[in-house]
Ligand binder design. Structure first.
Ligand SMILES: Nc1ncnc2c1ncn2[C@@H]1O[C@H](COP(=O)(O)OP(=O)(O)OP(=O)(O)O)[C@@H](O)[C@H]1O
Length: 482
């Protein structure tokens, strides 16, 4: 089978090289452009042409290194979070890749041991280990990820981490050292462990906490996408926590660059979290939204949405993407939360919600942005609520409304939300079935008032997430990246 065959192949990068064309973008003002080279080429022998092209490339590389050396005094990092000058074509990344050698050269001059005391191992991955380390300069505790050189993915991980580091939701890269065999990435220490381990303890999260986690994660994913990077391995194993509980996205070992509108190919991800289009072989940055959707399901339900007795069975379940929100645990999960899961785990990629739409989804706004209001226009009469024809602004206040609790019925809300939610303005417009719209808000409000112990009693998880992996399939390999 195609997928299985690909899975057997060694994890291999295929797109981290800087092509002459990319170099052209790095230095558009270089003395001789490739265009002029090709024009000249028509009057020259092939050998002459090859020689000139080679010389041109050498000049370009020399120039890039020279410019970078003069520009940077330390590790190159991404522009500050929220920078409006993000380059969607991925050119920013190419520029930084051009600077990579100069940045690592700073580390190359010294050995890591001269600047840090490297201590005990705190984690291990496919390509190396992560150890505690302490700065000689200021005593700061940090983590050092050592990656064996050789695999292209390793070089790409270093490049991408340098490119993205600086965002508060991404593990900060402090320095890069290099010896003949390894890269040593000195990173901020996330001593709070992995989100996965917290999930194993907590079993199920309240909607409030889940919404806040998903919002944080989506903000980071959005930033990665704007920086021209797709993570491709979103899962709780790769979300680390600081001592103060702040979330940090880690492990860019499977991440790849993407330019606007470019489609990706190559099987990459972790089985339980992989999007259906990855299995077909052509995909985009929306795979990260799918992964976050699987995580949202796991947070609220305590189990993974797509399961099976074998990898093939899991993949079949993913390809079908059937979600059954009936009965059991779903009775304690609000309709807006179900709606968001459904939208994030939509098989049709063009219909799948994007990062901005997740961030403005009413469920996310309700739990994470209490200053926001939802505009409800022209709500028609609803017999149960006796709402009548009204036009008003309804503040989202996370406080229990006893009257609404009694009537919180949200069985048929999903389709109504589709037609009435205006992602652009962040308003809910009830031109369709307005009774259901009231139910949406009522249901959302009523959930907030139910205390956690009560909810747990109502819907105890039958299949808790395993301690070491977010998989609950017998051979515990659903979360191993491929
Ligand atoms: N900055 C950090 N602070 C604390 N612990 C870390 C840090 N980075 C990684 N770790 C620990 O090391 C483990 C392995 O690191 P990482 O996730 O980067 O590699 P990996 O995913 O196992 O590698 P790969 O997927 O490439 O095989 C993590 O699960 C985590 O427990």
């Amino acid at each position: 089978m195609f997928v299985m065959e690909l899975l057997r192949r060694k994890r291999k990068g295929c797109d981290s090289r800087v092509s002459p064309d990319e170099l052209d973008e790095v230095l558009p003002s270089a003395e001789v452009s490739p265009l002029s080279l090709s024009v000249i080429g028509s009057h020259l022998s092939l050998e002459d042409c090859r020689r000139r092209k080679k010389k041109f490339k050498e000049n370009v590389v020399r120039e890039v290194v020279k410019r970078c050396k003069s520009r940077i005094s330390g590790i190159v990092t991404a522009p500050p979070c929220g920078s409006s000058s993000l380059d969607f074509s991925g050119r920013g990344l190419k520029r930084k890749i051009g600077c990579l050698d100069a940045a690592t050269r700073i580390g190359r001059k010294k050995k890591i041991e001269q600047d840090y005391v490297v201590g005990v191992e705190i984690g291990r991955g496919k390509f190396g280990s992560v150890r505690m380390c302490k700065s000689n300069a200021n005593g700061e505790d940090l983590a050092c990820k050592t990656l064996r050189k050789g695999e292209e993915t390793v070089h790409r991980e270093v490049e991408i981490m340098q490119h993205l580091s600086g965002h508060p939701g991404i593990v900060t890269l402090k320095a890069v050292y290099e010896d003949s065999e390894n890269f040593h990435l000195v990173m901020e220490l996330c001593s709070g462990g992995r989100l996965l381990d917290q999930m194993a303890k907590e079993r199920r999260y309240s909607e409030n906490r889940a919404a806040n986690i998903i919002k944080e994660l989506i903000l980071v994913i959005k930033y990665c996408h704007e920086m021209g990077v797709v993570h491709r391995d979103i899962k709780p194993e790769n979300i680390l926590l600081t001592a103060s509980g702040k979330m940090k996205l880690a492990d860019f070992g499977l991440a790849t660059r993407v330019s606007n509108g470019q489609s990706l190919s190559g099987i990459a991800g972790s089985p339980a979290y992989v999007a259906p289009e990855v299995l077909v072989g052509k995909y985009s940055e929306k795979v990260d939204i799918w992964g976050a959707g699987v995580l949202l399901h796991a947070l609220l339900v305590g189990t993974l949405p797509f399961q099976g007795d074998s990898l093939d069975a899991v993949f079949e379940a993913i390809k079908k993407a059937n979600l059954d929100f009936q009965g059991g645990v779903w009775e304690s999960i609000s309709a807006p939360a179900q709606d968001l899961i459904k939208r994030m785990l939509t098989k049709d990629v063009s219909a799948r919600i994007n990062a901005d739409e997740v961030l403005t989804h009413p469920w996310i706004l309700f739990y994470t942005d209490r200053t926001k209001t939802v505009s409800i226009k022209s709500i028609k009469s609803n017999a149960r609520h006796n709402v009548g024809l009204v036009s008003r602004k309804m503040a989202i206040v996370p406080r229990l409304n006893p009257q609404r609790t009694a009537v919180a019925s949200c069985s048929s809300l999903d389709s109504d939300l589709t037609s009435s939610y205006d992602g652009a303005t962040g308003t809910l417009d009830s031109q369709g079935d307005s009774g259901s719209l009231v139910d949406i808000l009522a249901a959302a409000i009523s959930r907030v008032g139910i205390s956690e112990p009560k909810r747990s009693r109502l819907c105890a998880t039958t299949n808790p997430i395993a301690q070491n992996c977010s998989s609950n399939m017998k051979p515990n390999n659903l979360c191993t990246a491929f």
